[in-house]
Design a protein around this ligand. Structure first.
Ligand SMILES: CC(C)(COP(=O)(O)OP(=O)(O)OC[C@H]1O[C@@H](n2cnc3c(N)ncnc32)[C@H](O)[C@@H]1OP(=O)(O)O)[C@@H](O)C(=O)NCCC(=O)NCCS
Length: 183
């Protein structure tokens, strides 16, 4: 029912419209946004979902879902933040969100990522293997409801190494310098 593709530049306007519709203007004020500002989503892990709908004018192909993953450091472990995830209101409840996440999590694992976090409703994300971060274990760069901070391992045991702040990755040059210093 849904066709999932990697995001391309020409999808950008439709994705922005879908995110505005789904989250409203408050989306830029969320703490998760602090981890996206000045950061770049992993291009291979940005997806759009299309649905074919029969209309009076024939079959119409529309973008109805979007998902991206962002590189972050999760308490010392290189990982990803999942989201934003949005599905067009009329097509919710038909599996689009879950399919987007399954595809993204499988690709992220194949790319070697070990750990993913997100801020969201546990009863939904438990369907794709997320669980709650134990209180006090990880800190976001701003206020979040601790019950909504969730994680999923892509590599068994990766979460065991994650303690402390969740941050954006260091810029490449600073990361290389830090590596050279510690060598
Ligand atoms: C959340 C969202 C992406 C789900 O997409 P979707 O395509 O409707 O989800 P799916 O069809 O894959 O999954 C539907 C199932 O999840 C459940 N579900 C959906 N949202 C839920 C939520 N917030 N909490 C608990 N369960 C939820 C549905 O009841 C349904 O359950 P069922 O399969 O047992 O009937 C979509 O509702 C949306 O875009 N919402 C607005 C933006 C948003 O809140 N994004 C998530 C940020 S945390």
């Amino acid at each position: 029912m849904f066709e999932i593709e990697q995001e391309r530049p020409e999808h950008a306007a439709a994705i922005e419209a879908l995110l505005d519709l789904s989250f409203g203007p408050g989306r830029y004020a969320k703490t998760a946004q602090r981890l996206r500002e000045g950061n770049t989503a992993v291009p291979e892990l940005c997806y759009v979902a299309f649905a074919n709908e029969v209309t009076d004018h024939g079959v119409e192909r529309r973008m109805v879902g979007a998902l991206s993953f962002w590189p972050i450091v999760i308490g010392g472990v290189d990982g990803l933040m999942l989201g934003p995830l949005a599905v067009e209101p009329q097509l919710r409840g038909k599996g689009c969100g879950i399919n987007l996440m399954r595809r993204g999590l499988a690709d992220a694992k194949a790319l070697g990522y070990r750990l993913v976090i997100l801020v969201g409703d546990e009863p939904y994300y438990v369907k794709v293997g997320f669980g709650p971060v134990p209180p006090g274990r990880l800190t976001m760069p701003g206020p979040v409801d601790p019950n909504r901070l969730l994680y999923r391992e892509l590599d068994l045991g990766a979460f065991g190494h994650a303690h402390g702040p969740i941050t954006k990755p260091l810029p490449k040059r600073a990361a290389e310098e830090a590596k050279a210093e510690s060598a």
